[in-house]
Design a protein around this ligand. Sequence first.
Ligand SMILES: [Zn+2]
Length: 133
Amino acid sequence: MRCEEVQERLSALIDEQMSQQEREQVQNHLMACEACSREYRELRRFVEFCRQLEQPEPKIDLWQELQPMLAEIIAEQKLPFTQRLRRQWSRLVSQVCYGIILFLQVVTYQMTITLSRYIVEPEHTAYGRPAQG
Ligand SMILES: [Zn+2]
């Protein structure tokens, strides 16, 4: 078999679309011929690379994620007006409560810092001062 003939059959060899006899002929040539065997290795690497690309990636099913949220919104739209208002009101109240809690935490933190200055400093200076009397 000539080099050209072998190189024409390389992809068929990789795809295993070849008769037993033909494959043996090509493989015998590959063992003897460095140029063709290098060609074969490169082609095989390329084919493997392409096969990896073809593998489907795990896709995120957006619909699956969004459906519960959408169902909730739709269900809410169907509610009578007063009930919807009450729901929105309660949601608003809980958000406002959360805001108040955050605000209080910040205020408390700042108060602690401010107060600690007043509480610690006199003691500190008292230690530093020589005892009177
Ligand atoms: Zn060759």
